[in-house]
Design a protein around this ligand. Structure first.
Ligand SMILES: NC(=O)c1ccc[n+]([C@@H]2O[C@H](COP(=O)([O-])OP(=O)(O)OC[C@H]3O[C@@H](n4cnc5c(N)ncnc54)[C@H](OP(=O)(O)O)[C@@H]3O)[C@@H](O)[C@H]2O)c1
Length: 253
């Protein structure tokens, strides 16, 4: 992916990783469109970044995605980068007799169904460009699950697997398929306390490293991996899978 001159749609651009990447890519001379549910944050981010466009959409709502994709295609026919970054996380307790799956279903809808639907709707536009990129933000938990969040972890493993297949299908087209797999990062994904959790990677450091990887154009096998996430990515190969699983399980809240 070239670093400037693109028209980029970033979902989940109202906060955390999506907002940080949107602002960094805007600063590099890209036309950036951000999407999210919170209109006040769309207004705040676009207000601080003149030229950036914000569009409100609920990516857990299939009808809303259809309408949103149509609007993006007609307003930005030159769109050549789609970054599916929006996501939610949650925990389920299967030791309980009344496991509540409400959040789990929303997580599947947002992290899987929404990504597959939006990508499918926008792929004809991406394929029509000479060079384009479809990216999804997965997680280090795609490679070793976090026991308190089985569905969340599995949505990320699903997307990793889906992206590998998609990359092969699209290899003779103009669409490059990338996976951004973050480590634990200081955002509010898991609640406000995460933004200052010293065990999490500072958002600015993460964003700077991702931008360096994008600029250096040295992405191996379509995976954007900062150094901090590499031990999870290679845990199985390194014989460390069970060790990580045990550590994660002991973090049960
Ligand atoms: N932070 C981490 O430790 C970490 C680690 C690995 C992977 N990730 C992944 O990174 C991505 C970004 O998360 P983050 O850490 O930056 O958390 P965040 O600050 O909570 O950002 C999540 C973003 O997704 C958007 N979103 C959520 N549900 C949506 C929906 N139904 N429709 C439209 N937008 C929706 C939110 O916008 P609205 O609320 O305005 O809709 C927000 O902009 C996620 O895919 C997450 O799984 C994060």
């Amino acid at each position: 992916m070239k670093i400037s001159g693109n028209t980029i749609l970033i979902t989940g651009g109202t906060s955390g990783i999506g907002r940080a990447l949107a602002e960094a890519l805007h600063g590099k001379g890209n036309r950036v469109i951000i999407a999210g549910r919170r209109q006040e944050l769309l207004d705040e981010v676009t207000g601080r970044n003149p030229g950036m466009v914000g569009i409100a959409v609920d990516l857990s709502d299939s009808a809303a995605i259809t309408k949103f994709a149509e609007s993006v295609k007609s307003r930005f026919p030159q769109l050549n980068v789609l970054i599916n970054n929006a996501g939610i996380a949650g925990h389920e307790d299967y030791t309980s007799d009344s496991t509540d799956l409400t959040r789990a279903y929303s997580t599947i809808q947002t992290n899987i169904t929404g990504v597959v639907q939006l990508s499918t709707a926008l792929l004809p536009t991406l394929r029509a460009q000479p060079h384009s990129t479809l990216m999804v933000t997965t997680s280090g938990l795609a490679f070793v699950p976090y026991p308190p969040g089985p569905v969340y972890s599995a949505t990320k493993a699903f997307m990793h697997n889906w992206l590998d297949a998609l990359r092969m299908q699209l290899r003779k087209t103009s669409v490059e398929v990338l996976e951004l797999a973050p480590p634990y990062v200081q955002t509010e994904l898991g609640g406000p306390q995460q933004a200052s959790d010293p065990r999490a990677m500072p958002l600015e450091d993460f964003t700077n490293e991702v931008m360096q990887i994008l600029e250096s154009n040295t992405i191996d096998k379509g995976e954007i991996l900062v150094e901090r996430v590499r031990p999870l990515r290679t845990a199985e190969k390194d014989g460390k899978y069970q060790e990580f699983l045990d550590v994660f399980a002991s973090m049960h809240v």
